[in-house]
Ligand binder design. Structure first.
Ligand SMILES: Cn1cnc(CNC(=O)c2cc(-c3ccc(F)cc3)cc(O)c2O)c1
Ligand SMILES: [Mg+2]
Length: 214
């Protein structure tokens, strides 16, 4: 029976990366996606911007919306301080199965809680289920038409505090026009665009970093 692209990506990790070495997992995925099969990871170029934002914030609590194969999960988790927690939500169970194995191979499972299901269902339950007060950083990388409704939901559920940072992937390609309009025009956010490229291509894309002002 045919393997899926995520299964082949996992195979490349298990073949080429060293167990317990997050950097080698990231490099193995980037090599696979650049030379074998494109996949929708945030990638190396935008990944460096993600790394710098994580290091700047040094977050104790992170929410990732859209795990896919766990590439950005590993990048973020490998930069978190001890006792910090990363909760990552994935709707697609087939992606979740792969992501759990990539996260384990990298040896960052202690810092990561992968939750399967719809962001709209889980966001209202974050406080009671995971003992989260607020998130220091949210990385938005799931369905592009969910960025805005989920951001409004996080505001309503009191999951953002003065200074919480939203970092959104793909604001140009595939694009998130309603979300961009909202964070760039709302008085409750200080927003900035980091120009880059769609992972493994020359197509323009970028990350939007938006600080919640309370
Ligand atoms: C099915 N599914 C499960 N999760 C998701 C959410 N992610 C995306 O949709 C996504 C898509 C692209 C992309 C795809 C085709 C193309 F031509 C150009 C860009 C890039 C990304 O970085 C993404 O995050 C989709
Ligand atoms: Mg993306």
């Amino acid at each position: 029976t045919q393997s899926t692209r995520p299964q082949r990506l996992l195979g490349a990790v298990q073949k080429n990366a060293t167990r317990g070495d997050p950097c080698s997992v990231v490099k193995a995925i980037d090599h696979f996606c650049r030379h074998k099969e494109w996949a929708m990871n945030v990638g190396d170029e935008k990944g460096c911007i993600l790394d710098s934002v994580v290091s700047e914030i040094n977050p104790a609590t992170v929410l990732e919306l859209g795990t896919y194969c766990g590439y950005s999960t590993v990048r973020i988790a490998s930069r978190l301080p001890p006792h910090a927690k990363l909760i990552t939500l994935e709707f697609n169970p087939d992606f979740a199965v792969i992501a759990r194995q990539v996260i384990a191979w990298a040896g960052v499972e202690e810092k990561v809680q992968l939750v399967e299901g719809a962001s709209g269902d889980w966001i209202p339950k974050m406080k009671e289920q995971f003992g989260i007060k607020t998130f220091d950083l949210v990385f938005l990388d799931h369905w592009k038409d969910r960025y805005l409704p989920d951001t409004k939901l996080m505001e309503e559920c009191g999951l953002l505090r003065k200074g919480s940072v939203l970092l959104a992937d793909n604001v140009i390609c595939p694009g998130t026009p309603e979300y961009l309009e909202y964070v760039r025009n709302s008085p409750r956010y200080e927003s900035r665009y980091f120009k880059s490229h769609l992972e493994y291509t020359k197509v323009e894309d970028g990350l939007e970093k938006s600080v919640f002002l309370g």
